[in-house]
Design a protein around this ligand. Structure first.
Ligand SMILES: [Zn+2]
Length: 339
């Protein structure tokens, strides 16, 4: 398979980096003059700006304003490659291995047309053997991990959720949990699980919307995952607080309402309202009551649409919540009168 590649020929572009030292920070420009920045707050002192080379950002130390972002490093590459000079180390490495790809980012590919003429026949054979010896697991992962990536980006979920979902799915494959179940269903369940592990819970319906799976299948697969993967057994149950801040933001409500709703939620749950109820319904009722208390009116219809539940559910949970809150209030009054 060895053949000469002349991609890295000796030319000015690649050698430039070895001729003169690369400036360490962008504060010193090529001419040796300090870079000048100016901020809206009147700060022009070059010492008073923070240059973050890793992020490519410059910010003002006085007021914190971001002056520059997405800066491009104009310096020449420091590596030198040569096909003729044997003293040059031509070794080059790609991105680090990543769990996010079925092959961890280390692909084995054969391109017979790129090989020497005498090696071409051998290369064709190797290519075919390579394709034939792919295991079921690799083939499964290749489909599933692409699916996970697509759903994660559609749902606007974070990279940490992505990583977690891939880890859960890989565990499921290793434990042979995929057998007899659809890849799509397991992908959906892995993402649902990952969201819960990372504390950004999405409801079953939301995940079902992102995938071509029903909520029942996701719930069933989730239970399978939880039963078989040991580290998932220690996972704490989701608290409605984790949903609350999201919906407060979506309904454009103030922090005051959020704090009030949080108190109400705690009272309702201490009063035993979570038994056999969809927590979203309880959250909806508490948001509604908090809105009324804080004089930031949202109709039941608005809340129902944002939380994707029916108005009837909100009204029922509202009645139950009010019963608990009133009982609690009278209990507090009795305790106060006792003192
Ligand atoms: Zn400033």
């Amino acid at each position: 398979m060895e053949h000469e590649r002349n991609i890295y020929s000796d030319n000015d572009m690649w050698n430039r980096g070895t001729e003169k030292p690369v400036p360490e920070t962008r504060e010193i420009s090529e001419a040796g003059e300090p870079e000048t920045y100016s901020c809206g707050c009147g700060n022009t002192n070059p010492e008073d700006f923070h240059v973050n080379d890793d992020k490519g950002e410059v910010s003002c130390n006085q007021c914190g304003t971001l002056i520059l972002s997405n800066m491009i490093d104009p310096s020449a590459p420091t590596r030198r490659f040569s096909s003729t000079d044997p003293s040059v180390d031509n070794a080059h490495y790609g991105a680090p291995a990543s769990n996010l790809f079925a092959d961890k980012g280390l692909r084995t590919t054969f391109n017979p047309m790129e090989a020497d003429k005498k090696d071409r026949q051998k290369s064709f054979i190797l290519k075919r053997i390579n394709q034939q010896t792919v295991t079921n697991k690799e083939r499964n992962l290749a489909v599933a991990l692409r699916d996970i990536e697509r759903v994660i980006s559609r749902g606007g979920l974070t990279k940490s959720v992505h990583q977690e979902a891939v880890n859960v799915y890989r565990d499921a494959v290793d434990l042979q949990l995929i057998r007899g179940r659809s890849i799509e269903g397991m992908v959906a369940a892995s993402i649902y699980t990952a969201c819960r592990i990372r504390g950004v819970p999405r409801s079953l319906d939301e995940i079902a919307d992102l995938t071509r799976t029903g909520r029942k299948e996701i719930a069933r697969n989730y239970n399978t995952l939880k039963k078989n993967i040991i580290r998932l057994k220690r996972m704490p149950p989701t608290t409605p607080d984790q949903y609350l801040s999201r919906y407060i933001f979506a309904l454009n409500l103030s922090l005051k309402v959020q704090n009030r709703a949080q108190d109400l939620l705690k009272t309702c749950f201490d009063g035993g309202m979570n038994q056999g109820r969809n927590p979203i319904g309880v959250v909806a009722a508490c948001i509604y009551i908090a809105c009324v208390d804080c004089d930031e009116r949202r109709t039941q219809r608005q809340i129902a649409r944002e939380l994707e539940i029916t108005e009837v559910t909100i009204r029922n949970r509202y009645k139950e919540a009010m019963a608990i809150l009133n009982a609690n209030k009278s209990k507090v009054e009795i305790e106060n009168s006792d003192e």
